[in-house]
Structure formats: structure tokens, C-alpha cells
Design a binder for this molecule. Structure first.
Ligand SMILES: Cc1cc2nc3c(=O)[nH]c(=O)nc-3n(C[C@H](O)[C@H](O)[C@H](O)COP(=O)(O)OP(=O)(O)OC[C@H]3O[C@@H](n4cnc5c(N)ncnc54)[C@H](O)[C@@H]3O)c2cc1C
Length: 632
């Protein structure tokens, strides 16, 4: 709301117009409540308004007045219409003294949404953002995506997090529409190999733990010292992974029935509303997904420009006025989304927003990747990602329909790139011999703020915390969901921007803490790299939490307190699996009757056995579904 300022109030410099600090602001009249006359204002740019004010200059508002007011704008369909809101100055050339005036009122309908979004970057982040914005706002905003024909995308990012199902739902996309095109497979878990000790593996599944008599099954498992491994005793998914089952029956039904978020959610769900017992995810070819989303986005009205952004013009506030493309010249919008990957061409390079490195606590800064063709008919398809610990990092194996994505993530402090490539090739075996390796330098950390002025960075341009736990695409999804929730109108509400920055930072920082725990909590300390994981500084809050987990297993009260995707069951799976932190059972559970808990364990085993007998193999299901030969 705009308050009224007496028409006689003079600007603080005594009333002389000065150089226009805000460029490209033109105005026409406003709809308004009765009150003092509105002054229409022009700038030094050509103005089609009242000739009396042509040449009039705008001044910076006096202290206390919202600076953004001068950026107030609204666009009527098909043309631009800028609305002056607060401080206006009459033209001295027209014989008026210069006065400042506040408009009396701006009615709600005059506060207009941002209309033009320019996205720079056509990787997973760019196209996920473009399609999500279109799914949210349809024709009410125009989205232009400019992507370089010369700068390649990162080309990795193939394992996802369980919230991804929600992204496709939001776009109204059924699995049958996109999975085959992207050579996608299901992901039910991550299998951690050699993180505890050589030859030992465990699963971190997408499966919430049941509760018995008010305690998590993990509490019961601990107190009655089950003979087996925690994951095998307590998660159905672990058995499905071992048997390489599909999560769907051949007729398409999911093994656990309806996995939707439940009756309290109407329409599309948000990430935080996903509360099924068995969330699941996908593996897919990231390049093919970006292409799929590009087709989808352009069909839905996203304007695609293939060009390089070679410069950025900023206005007097330091906000982006336009981006300059090599062939097409300036591209002007209201909101700019930086999806340029690790370059962070807009937020980092042009606006100079500082980047907070996580190198001290998460030292893996390089990766080398291979795309390994697989005879899936013979080898089958695992429904999980593998993370195999190595001397100076770990190797991912991501099973796609027809090939595996395999990559070694390591710290350059402990391993040279050629040594890493040799290790990776040895791990893959003969199938790696003719393949070209992709070496990648990683920028691990986050921007201090991911939204500055009218520029929001999403994807690698905003932040990244190494691929362990596959959270890169999850960050994109979370960011774009929050962007929609906090989408600006032309008042550019600073509170919404701050809220967005807080949520994004909390999410990335939470994942950072969880990942640090993967190394700190691991029993391995057999190489300089692994020894260092125990010796380097650990955030105090994490140390405090670990202390608590020794006697009270992770729950909603004692893990990272903000939304970051991971829930207590994930922490428990890692705590028991990694094996480096000893824990004690709760005395209360030890003193309780365990009949129900025993029944729960027995039922879980019976159900796992039944499912393993009745579900098709992952390969069998996908082959039938795609009904096409495996892509070469
Ligand atoms: C080693 C590694 C493994 C990973 N594994 C996973 C994983 O398993 N799961 C997961 O969720 N995430 C993973 N990620 C993260 C994931 O790859 C990214 O989050 C995701 O691909 C998004 O990348 P992006 O679109 O931000 O950047 P990019 O893919 O780098 O795309 C950048 C885009 O910007 C364009 N561009 C750059 N500069 C300009 C310019 N000046 N003008 C115009 N266009 C420009 C480029 O052409 C390109 O289109 C991994 C990342 C790394 C580094």
C-alpha cells in the first residue's frame, strides 16, 4: 500500500532535478482512488506521455521511501505499460516547480505480477525451471530461455531424489510419457559399498520406518539386538534391491499400492507434503531429460533462444536491466534466472554475489565420469544407485536403460586426475577401454544469497554439495518451487526475497551437514583421505547432534531443523550402516513388552519375501514397458 504524501513536500535536495538514476522508466496514468492529481513522468528516454513533462527526470526517493517504487511496472497484454508510483517530478521546462508527490493509492489489482522471465542456461536447471514456471503460471507470464550453442551442459546428474516424482506430477507428466525417452529406470535406494569396512554394504532406501508402541522400529531393532543387518531387518526395500525387483507389477501397479500423498492434499503436492511410506525416485539420462523438457517447454510457450550471453547491463540499483546476447543483442525482462551452471554468469560474475565454499568440510572437488554401455538383457538392471568407497573418494554407478553412468568423485588434495581415471577404469573393467572420460571440476558450496535484486540463481549456479545422495536436481526442484511460492509482483517484496534466500540456504546447508556425517560417521580410516575425514573440523551443531544420537536415535527433534529433504529414517540408515558411531538403546524400550515389535519385524520379512516372489525383475518390467530394444 502506498501512503499519501502532501503535494507540497519537496525532495530533499531542494527540488532540482538531477540525472535519472533509473533508466527505461516510462509511465502512463494509473487507475486510482480520488485524490490529488497524478503526475505522469517521463525520463530522458523517448516518452509518449503528456508533452508537458517530456524531458522530466526522475530522482532517487528520499530516505524512508521504498526505492523499488520507481521500478513499479505493469504490462497489459501485448504491450508494456509502466506505472509511476511514488515520487514524480514535474518538468521545469514546462514551467512547473519541481515537486515530489506520492500517489494516493494503488489498488490491489494494480499491483501486477512480474511478466517477463528470462532464463539463461539450458541444462537440467534451465529447463526444469522453465517448464515448472509454465506449469504454474501458464500464459500469465512469458518465459524466454537463452542457451549457449557452444557451452556444453555438465552432462552428469542422473540419479535423483525421491521428491522428483512430484516434479513430473506437477507438470502433469505420466511415467509413460517421459521415461522411455530419457532411458529412465527406477531408484529405490542407494547401496553404500565399503563405507563401513571392505566388502560390507548397506542400503539407504526410500522407505520410512514404521513405528511400534510410539517408538521407531530402529529403536526396537537396537534394543533386541537383531542378529542381521539393520537395513535388511527393518526395510522392505533392502530385500527388493537385493532381488533386483521392479517396484511395479507388470500391469503397472506399484508394489505398495497408492503412493500418493493422501487425502488431505488436493491437487498437486509440494515437496514437504510427500509423506508416503515408500517414496521412490528415478535414474535418467540428464541430457535426454533436458531435451525432453525443452520440447515440452517450447510446446507450452517457452521461447527458446540459442545464443551466448556475453554481457549484463545493470541499472542504478545494481539490478539487471538487460542481458546482452552475442548475435541477438539485448534481451530485457523483469526477472532473470541464472542457470548457467558453475559459471554463475549472472549472479556470481555480473552481480558479484559472494560464493561460500564448503571445501573445508566437504573436500571432494573433482570427478571423472564414463558412460558405459551395458547388455541389460544379460546383466539386468539394479533398482538402486551404488556408491562404492575408494581410497580418495567414492565411485557412483547409476544404472540407466542401456548403459551405466559411472564416475569417481575425489579430492584433488589426495588424488591426481590421471590416477582417478585409472582407478575408475579399473573399477569398470574391460568395458571402459575405448570410452572417453569426462573430467569435471566441482564448485562445492553455495551463493551467499541465491536471489539478489531481480536475479535468482538456480542449479549449479546457486549451489552444489557433491553428488553423494543425489541432491543436485532436488535443489533445483526445491528452488523453483520456492520461487513460485515467493514469486514477486512489481512491488518486489523484500521479505519474500529474504524468505526465499533463507529457505534455499537452509536446504543446502542441511544437506551439507548430512553429507559431512557420511564421512565423519564412517568406520573407514585406512587411507590419508579417510583419516582426514575424522580429523578435520566438523560443524559444532553436527557434533552436538552426533553426541545425542549415541543415546537417542535421530528423530525430528534432533536432526537439522529445517527442510532439506532428509528425514530421521535416512539418518538412522546411515548411522547404523556407516558403523563409525557407537549407539546405546533407549532404556525405556528395553523395559517394554516387545511382542508387537517382534510381530512387526516378522510381518516385514514375510511381506518382503512375498514381494520378491511376485514382482517382476526391474529389467523385465522396463523392457515390457518400453517394448523396444535397449538403446545402443
Ligand atoms: C560430478 C557431478 C555429478 C552429479 N551427479 C548428480 C546426481 O547424480 N544427481 C543429481 O541430482 N545431481 C547431480 N549433479 C548435479 C547436476 O548435474 C546438476 O544439478 C544439474 O545437471 C543442473 O545443472 P545446471 O543446469 O545447473 O548446469 P549445466 O548443466 O552446466 O548447464 C548450464 C547451461 O548454461 C548454459 N550457459 C552457460 N553459460 C552461458 C552463457 N554465457 N550464455 C548462454 N548460456 C550459457 C550452458 O550452455 C548450459 O546450457 C552432479 C553434478 C556433478 C558435477
Amino acid at each position: 500500500m502506498v501512503t499519501r504524501t502532501p503535494p507540497t513536500e519537496r525532495p530533499p535536495d531542494g527540488g532540482r532535478p538531477s540525472a535519472p538514476p533509473f533508466r527505461a522508466l516510462r509511465t502512463t496514468s494509473l487507475k486510482r482512488k480520488p485524490g490529488p492529481p497524478i503526475v505522469t513522468v517521463g525520463t530522458s528516454l523517448p516518452v509518449r506521455a503528456d508533452p508537458a513533462i517530456r524531458g522530466c527526470k526522475l530522482k532517487r526517493p528520499p530516505p524512508g521511501v521504498d526505492r523499488n517504487a520507481l521500478g513499479y511496472q505493469q504490462r497489459a497484454p501485448g504491450r508494456r505499460r509502466y506505472l509511476a508510483r511514488t515520487w514524480a517530478f514535474r518538468s521545469p521546462r514546462a514551467g512547473h516547480s519541481v515537486i515530489a508527490r506520492k500517489l494516493e493509492a494503488v489498488t490491489a489489482e494494480e499491483v501486477a505480477m512480474i511478466n517477463d522471465v528470462i532464463i539463461v542456461g539450458g541444462g537440467t536447471a534451465g529447463w526444469m525451471t522453465a517448464t515448472y514456471l509454465k506449469a504454474s503460471f501458464g500464459e500469465r507470464i512469458s518465459v524466454t530461455l537463452v542457451e549457449s550453442g557452444r557451452v556444453p551442459t555438465i552432462g552428469v546428474g542422473e540419479a535423483t531424489f525421491s521428491t522428483i516424482t512430484n516434479f513430473f506430477d506437477y507438470l502433469g507428466l505420466d511415467e509413460s510419457e517421459w521415461m522411455a525417452d530419457c532411458h529412465a529406470t527406477y531408484k529405490l535406494a542407494i547401496r553404500f559399498e565399503d563405507w563401513n569396512e571392505a566388502g560390507r554394504q548397506f542400503y539407504h532406501p526410500f522407505e520410512r520406518l514404521p513405528r511400534v508402541d510410539g517408538f521407531s522400529l530402529a529403536d526396537w531393532w537396537q534394543v533386541h539386538e537383531k542378529k542381521g543387518q539393520f537395513d535388511q531387518d527393518s526395510f522392505i526395500i533392502a530385500a527388493l534391491c537385493e532381488a533386483r525387483c521392479s517396484p511395479r507389477q507388470l500391469d503397472g501397479r506399484l508394489f505398495a499400492g497408492d503412493l500418493s500423498a493422501g487425502p488431505s492434499v488436493i491437487g498437486r503436492t509440494t515437496l514437504m507434503e510427500q509423506l508416503t511410506q515408500f517414496p521412490y525416485a528415478y535414474h535418467f539420462d540428464a541430457t535426454l531429460l533436458a531435451q525432453f523438457l525443452m520440447r515440452r517447454g517450447t510446446e507450452r510457450g517457452v521461447r527458446r533462444v540459442v545464443d551466448d550471453v556475453v554481457g549484463v547491463h545493470r541499472d542504478e540499483r545494481g539490478w539487471i536491466d538487460c542481458v546482452i546476447t552475442r548475435d541477438g543483442g539485448p534481451l530485457r525482462g523483469d526477472l532473470y534466472v541464472d542457470c548457467t551452471g558453475f559459471r554463475s554468469a549472472l549472479l556470481g560474475s555480473a552481480l558479484g554475489e559472494p560464493f561460500l565454499s564448503f571445501q573445508d568440510s566437504l573436500p571432494n572437488d573433482r570427478a571423472v565420469a564414463l558412460r558405459v554401455p551395458i547388455d541389460i538383457e544379460r546383466a539386468g538392471i539394479a533398482p538402486y544407485t551404488r556408491a562404492t568407497a575408494q581410497e580418495a573418494g567414492w565411485i557412483w554407478t547409476i544404472p540407466l536403460y542401456g548403459r551405466n553412468g559411472v564416475g569417481y568423485v575425489y579430492s584433488s588434495e589426495f588424488c591426481e586426475p590421471d590416477q582417478a581415471e585409472r582407478t575408475l577404469r579399473r573399477f569398470v573393467g574391460p568395458a571402459a577401454s575405448d570410452l572417453e572420460a569426462n573430467h569435471i571440476q566441482m564448485r562445492v558450496g553455495r551463493s551467499r544469497n541465491s536471489w539478489v535484486g531481480n536475479c535468482v540463481a538456480i542449479g549449479l549456479a546457486s549451489g552444489f554439495v557433491e553428488p553423494l545422495e543425489s541432491t543436485g536436481i532436488f535443489f533445483i526442484q526445491h528452488a523453483v518451487e520456492q520461487l513460485v511460492k515467493n514469486f514477486p509482483d512489481n512491488g518486489w517484496n523484500e521479505t519474500a526475497r529474504n524468505r526465499y534466500n533463507r529457505l534455499v540456504a537452509n536446504c543446502i546447508d542441511g544437506v551439507r551437514e548430512f553429507l559431512i556425517f557420511h564421512y565423519y560417521g564412517s568406520r573407514r580410516a585406512d587411507t590419508p583421505y579417510w583419516r582426514a575425514t575424522k580429523e578435520r573440523d566438523i560443524p559444532g551443531t553436527l557434533l552436538q547432534r552426533v553426541r545425542e544420537w549415541r543415546t537417542s536415535l535421530p528423530d525430528t527433534e534432533n536432526i537439522w531443523p529445517y527442510f532439506h529433504g532428509f528425514e530421521p529414517y535416512s539418518y538412522i540408515a546411515m548411522l547404523f550402516g556407516l558403523g563409525g558411531i557407537s549407539t546405546r538403546a533407549r532404556p525405556a524400550v528395553a523395559a517394554m513388552d516387545n511382542t508387537l515389535a517382534e510381530r512387526a519385524f516378522a510381518d516385514l520379512h514375510k511381506e518382503a519375501e512375498r514381494l520378491c516372489r511376485t514382482l517382476p525383475s526391474h529389467y523385465e518390467y522396463l523392457a515390457a514397458r518400453y517394448s523396444q530394444p535397449a538403446p545402443a
